[in-house]
Design a protein around this ligand. Structure first.
Ligand SMILES: Nc1ncnc2c1ncn2[C@@H]1O[C@H](COP(=O)(O)OP(=O)(O)OP(=O)(O)O)[C@@H](O)[C@H]1O
Ligand SMILES: CC(C)(CO)[C@@H](O)C(=O)NCCC(=O)O
Ligand SMILES: [K+]
Length: 255
């Protein structure tokens, strides 16, 4: 069983993965750069105990991090608890695709993991939307080259910025709007969250396909994709476990 850790800007997700992309046990911590090795070690302890597993069930470990401040603490805690050297995802390993970017070393490894999972599951040119703290769109051509990405503010942080900057706009916890055109502030904001993000995705898919000169398969993943994708007009495959599948595939290719 594989021990996985995905260090994102909002959450650190630890998991135990017996089969590709499926977590048998998981623990989510809010991302906090002050977290200590001890806290992560306790986390792994809880993760393993939660479903009656034992550390001897863990045969490998893989870590992906877009928060460099936390990577070393997590790696040290994995070592301490499992005696395994975790595979830390980076752009130089065997990925199953090539990267054609100015500074591949800067490309977020969450996007690398998404792409690694996607090239094994989908043919042709790909546009992979990952809707987390940021929304990202990774673009791969049909010859399995990662040619670039698009990065913009995530659904939640853009909403929070709107509320913070406008005194008459309240804090909202997203709900599905009754319709496109709101009749009161909160309904107007619900509509804004949903349809601005959905329309952006539709528009980006069209533009990417135009630029590549071939149709693209659009895939969406990440915490917030479940609420946005149903409002999109383009065909989009919702693949919530894509990054986890990528971690599994990267481990198989590199361990
Ligand atoms: N089902 C949901 N409904 C509403 N908001 C959500 C949902 N899931 C996640 N969020 C919010 O979306 C944001 C990103 O969440 P996610 O779990 O994707 O974070 P993350 O994996 O740490 O981020 P990243 O993908 O940037 O690494 C957070 O602000 C989170 O609170
Ligand atoms: C864009 C985010 C924040 C999305 O999680 C992450 O992938 C990241 O920090 N990337 C580094 C910059 C880049 O990908 O070019
Ligand atoms: K992130």
């Amino acid at each position: 069983m594989l021990l996985t850790v995905d260090i994102g800007n909002t959450n650190v997700v630890m998991g135990l993965m017996p089969t590709r992309g499926e977590l048998a046990s998981q623990l989510r911590f809010p991302t906090d750069k002050r977290r200590t090795v001890r806290e992560f070690m306790d986390g792994f302890e809880a993760l393993v105990a939660m479903h009656g597993f034992d550390f001897s069930d863990v045969t490998g470990a893989v870590v992906s991090s877009v928060v460099p401040e936390l990577t070393e603490s997590v790696v040290a805690s994995v070592r301490a608890k499992t005696n395994l050297e975790p595979l830390v995802v980076n752009y130089k390993m065997n990925l199953g695709f090539s990267i054609d970017m100015d500074t591949p070393e800067r490309l977020g490894v969450d996007m690398i993991a998404d792409a690694a999972g996607a090239v094994n599951d989908y043919d042709g040119a790909l546009a992979i939307f990952d809707m987390g703290t940021a929304t990202t769109c990774s673009v791969l051509t049909s010859d399995r080259t990662y040619i670039g990405s698009i990065i913009y503010p995530g659904v939640v942080i853009s909403q929070d910025a709107l509320t913070a900057q406008c005194s008459q706009l309240p804090f909202i916890k997203f709900e599905k709007p009754k319709g496109l055109i709101g009749k009161n502030t909160v309904e107007c904001m619900y509509s804004g969250v949903l349809y601005s993000n959905a329309a952006t995705i539709d528009g980006l898919i069209d533009r990417i396909a135009d630029e590549l000169g071939e149709p693209v398969t659009a895939i969406a993943t990440g915490g917030v994709s479940r609420m946005i994708v149903p409002a999109c007009r383009r065909k989009i495959v919702h693949d919530p476990n894509l990054l986890l599948k990528g971690l599994w595939d990267l481990y198989k290719l590199n361990a």
